[in-house]
Structure formats: C-alpha cells, structure tokens
Ligand binder design. Structure first.
Ligand code: KIV
Length: 269
C-alpha cells in the first residue's frame, strides 16, 4: 500500500483494518508542522497542550479559542499531507450541543483544520452527535482528560478498578455511535486500551496507553527532547532543547567576539 498524497478521514479506518499504525504528533506553528508533515506524520494535533507547552500556563484550562486560532491556522497552512485536528479548549463545548457546534464551526472556518477534538465520553455524546451531524469530523479523547484534572483527582492513570475497563469501553462506544472517526486514549492501562481498541471499528490513538492501540500520539516537545523532563510514557527521539541551547550560545559567543558577521555575511557595496 503506497502512502496517500493527502491523508483523508477514510484512510484512518483503512489503516486500522490492515494493521498499519497511525502516527500523530502535536504541532503549534508553521515551521514545526512543516517538518513533521515532511517526516510523514499522518495527523497533526493542535492540542490544547499549547496552554502549558507554548503559552506558559500552569494547565490547559486558561487557554481560549481566540488564542488557538492563529496557531491552528499556521499548522493547517503548513500541512500538505497530514490531516490536521484542532482541540476545542475548556469551556467551549460543555454547555450544550449548540455551543459545541458553534465553537467547532468557528474553529474550522477560521483555521482550515480538518477536524475537532474535545474531551469526554457519554457525558458529551450529544455534543459529538451535533458536531458530526453538522458535517465536522470529530476525534474523541478518553482516559486521563487534562481539562478535568481537578475532578479526576490529579494526573492519574485511568481504566483501573472493578469497572474501569467497562466504563472506558462504554464511553468509547458512545463516541463511535455519535460519529467520531477516532478516539485518543490518554494514560490508560494497557489492558483497557486493548479492550477499547478491539471493541471499536474506528481507530484508537494512544498516549501512555501501551502498544496495542491503532496509533500513537505524543506532545512534540516531549518527543523531540526540548525540556529536561518528559512523562514516563513518552520517549525523547531527539535532543532539540540541547541543540537550541548550543545554537543560541554559539551565536552569543560569536557576536561578542566579533567572529560573526564574517566577510561572507557582509555587503560592502
Ligand atoms: O492537547 C494535547 O496535546 C492532547 C494530546 C495529549 C493527545 O490532547
């Protein structure tokens, strides 16, 4: 099977059916989105993880749709092949199906993203149905849902306990029934992720959910090694933080010592 020139919604179900893993990375701006698109990442997620990773907030909660729109637009402009999904931030979909549809339409029209994602299972199924009925592709997000961190009692692994797996499967089936094309499973015990993946026709994309989901997603700064710390379920595939530090330190040293700019960087006439 050759890789599609442009990844479209039906490709994800086909990938699940033939057992090809789906790759997703977060992206928040044009240059990183361009690099990830060229590297063959199937799906770019403009996640509300932008709140803590880009804007410097303590969590995803303060982020607004107005803040997300320009970043999302830059990612959508960069993506030639990848399918672009935009998160709806906290407070923009919970109140009613009407609110969810209005926010989704606003996000899609203003940015050129192809789909929206928001958090929750059965409790937001009416919103999901309304959004998909409006013709907007929807990606679910279950397990640890950062917008509800306080209600969940902190960053806790999900799917544990007597009814943990059952509850997750019921939520995932409700999202599928409401028209979702995929479901992200975050920080879920591997047996629960496996059970959800087997129960669904649509693909699951895991983050801290083990190897048996239909795809994987990571926050790009964790995957590229930008910070000193990354969650245990993530892996640093590069040392971009160190490379940025070294480039900036080299620049500072050469400007101070007047080694830069050299004659080849200078217009004499
Ligand atoms: O906002 C985000 O980056 C996410 C991923 C962690 C899946 O939702």
């Amino acid at each position: 099977m050759t890789s599609p020139k442009k990844v479209r919604i039906h490709h994800f179900r086909e990938m699940k059916q033939r057992g090809e893993k789906i790759t997703m990375l977060t992206a928040y701006d044009f240059p990183t989105a361009k690099a990830f698109d060229a590297a063959g990442v199937d799906m770019l997620l403009v996640g509300d993880s932008m709140g803590d990773n880009v804007m410097g907030y303590d969590s995803t909660v303060p982020l607004t749709i107005d803040e997300m729109i320009p970043y999302t637009r830059s990612v959508a402009r960069a993506a030639e092949r990848a399918f672009v999904v935009a998160d709806l931030p906290f407070g923009t979909y919970e109140v009613s199906p009407e609110q969810a549809v209005e926010s989704s339409i606003r996000m899609i029209k203003a940015t050129g993203a192809s789909a929206v994602k928001f958090e929750g299972g059965r409790r937001i199924a009416r919103q999901v149905k309304a959004v998909t009925d409006a013709g907007i592709p929807f990606c679910g997000h279950l397990g640890f849902t950062p917008q509800s961190e306080t209600a969940l009692g902190g960053r806790r692994i999900q799917g544990r306990g007597e009814h943990g797996v059952e509850e997750l499967v019921a939520d995932a089936l409700a999202l599928q029934e409401a028209g979702a094309f995929a479901v992200v499973l975050e920080m879920v015990i591997a047996p629960a992720a496996r059970a959800v993946t087997q129960a669904l026709d649509i693909p699951t994309i895991g983050i801290g959910a083990g190897p048996d989901t239909d795809g994987q997603v990571l926050v790009w700064l964790d995957a590229a090694g930008v910070g000193d710390w990354h969650p245990r379920f993530s892996k640093q595939f590069g040392a971009v933080g160190q490379a940025l530090h070294d480039a900036a330190a080299g620049y500072v040293a050469e400007v101070k010592s007047v080694a830069f700019p050299a004659p080849e960087h200078t217009f004499e006439s």
